[in-house]
Design a protein around this ligand. Structure first.
Ligand SMILES: Nc1ncnc2c1ncn2[C@@H]1O[C@H](COP(=O)(O)OP(=O)(O)OP(=O)(O)O)[C@@H](O)[C@H]1O
Length: 392
């Protein structure tokens, strides 16, 4: 009897080795059956990691451009490693760049877009449309584009009569940049957008995003890449992987830091958590998705080292996948937000503060959904760490 071949997917991944200051290339082989992975060093032609369990990794995390953490190594998936993987996953994992432009951003606000959009189907806001249509949000950031950046982004239109108006508009307020993934992502997102001109959209595609949220020919709510090449270029432009970052929208006043931890992001709790934060009266002034390296997680959590028994596990959870860093603003934000987060242990939180974030969304002490700055003086320092140092 012939043995059944085990399904395995192969990717090419780059890891930046800071000691040698060079990029090392690996094949990453993933076995979905038991969530194990193997790594092969391409240059040195040898196995780098024997087949080992990587619980935090799932096939959903593995797509072109993804940043994943394998045993403290941040690997960027740069290509498919074999034709089987390319043919199986390529069509289902097409990426596009979507951007909520300043008109829709300010009309709806980050929270309505992200939260009510996700969780109040009656409002049917933009992100709801995105998620409900089967897109995965692979990256996300609120950005303030400079005129130079807007001009570069829309360089194909330079010289056209509407170019200056377009730049005025695109720099008039924050935008929300998103890298989206699903099958036929580019075509599907543009179908959802409808015609460029919002008035035409209202006539020809009244349910489209531009018909519903756009104003006119320039202020048309959202952008979508028009080809695979432009998607790759635009994703790289907004979320550069080779140095430099786009300016975030953090304000650094009356603020504290919240992080939606990787397990909560993976369980799609981000929207519910953001909604609770805003319902409580806090302002979400800036946010972005990132995958923390172990060293950064250690730095953030250093005050717990030697104090909290679960320190090592906490660091592992923090660096296990994408998380969302948020600048929270409000009166006495560090203390008030910390109270709203509740005790670190969700079991205790459920007894003592049943309405706190950790009581509602936490699983256990490690996977307690949300991190918040602990001491009053740490609020601004941690916001600066995430929004000035890590995101610069
Ligand atoms: N005739 C016009 N008058 C004013 N603004 C325009 C005009 N044509 C395009 N624009 C603005 O420039 C943007 C880029 O134009 P383009 O032709 O690439 O449209 P699109 O591909 O539908 O939009 P986008 O690139 O933003 O997804 C439009 O979304 C709109 O904001």
């Amino acid at each position: 009897m012939q043995a059944e071949t085990e399904v395995r997917y192969c990717f090419r991944g780059d890891w930046y080795d800071p000691n040698a200051a060079l990029i090392r290339e690996y094949y990453l082989i993933f076995f979905p059956k038991d969530s194990t992975a193997e790594m092969y060093d391409i240059k040195n032609k040898r196995t780098f990691l024997k087949r080992s369990k990587v619980d935090s990794l799932s096939l959903e995390d593995l797509h072109l451009g993804a940043l994943i953490n394998i045993y403290s190594r941040e690997l960027k998936i740069v290509d498919y490693g074999d034709s089987f993987t390319a043919s199986q996953l390529g069509p289902t994992k097409e990426r596009t760049y979507a951007m909520i432009k300043p008109d829709a951003f300010s009309k709806l606000g980050i929270l309505q877009l992200l939260v009510y959009g996700l969780y109040n189907s009656k409002r049917g806001e933009i992100v709801d449309i995105i998620v409900a249509d089967g897109f995965k949000i692979c990256n996300l950031k609120s950005i303030q584009l400079s005129r130079k950046e807007a001009a570069e982004f829309y360089s194909e239109h330079e010289g056209k009569h509407f170019f200056n108006t377009l730049l005025d508009f695109m720099t008039s307020g924050p935008v929300l940049g998103m890298e989206l993934m699903r099958s036929n992502a580019i075509k599907r997102w543009r179908e959802l957008l409808g015609p460029t001109n919002s008035s035409k959209a209202r006539q020809e595609a009244p349910n489209s995003i531009r018909a519903r949220y756009g104003t006119d020919g320039t202020q048309n709510a959202c952008h979508g890449s028009d080809s695979t090449d432009s998607a790759a270029r635009e994703i790289e432009f907004i979320f550069p992987t080779n140095g430099g970052r786009r300016r975030n929208t953090a304000k650094f006043t009356e603020c504290t830091l919240a992080i939606v931890k990787p397990r909560a992001v993976a369980e799609k709790l981000t929207g519910k958590i953001l909604r609770s934060i805003s319902d409580q009266g806090f302002e979400i002034s800036s946010l972005y998705m990132c995958t923390l390296e172990r060293a950064n997680a250690e730095e953030l959590l250093q005050i717990y080292k030697g104090v909290v028994a679960e320190y090592t596990e906490m660091v592992s959870e923090f660096s296990s996948g994408p998380c969302i860093a948020i600048e929270i603003r409000g009166n006495n934000a560090p203390q008030n937000f910390r109270e709203f987060c509740g005790p670190a242990d969700p079991e205790i939180a459920r007894q003592l503060r049943p309405n706190s974030l950790r009581a509602r969304f936490g699983k256990d002490k490690i996977r307690n959904a949300v991190h918040c700055s602990d001491l009053p003086d740490d609020g601004l320092l941690e916001v600066e760490y995430f929004f000035k140092i890590l995101d610069n």
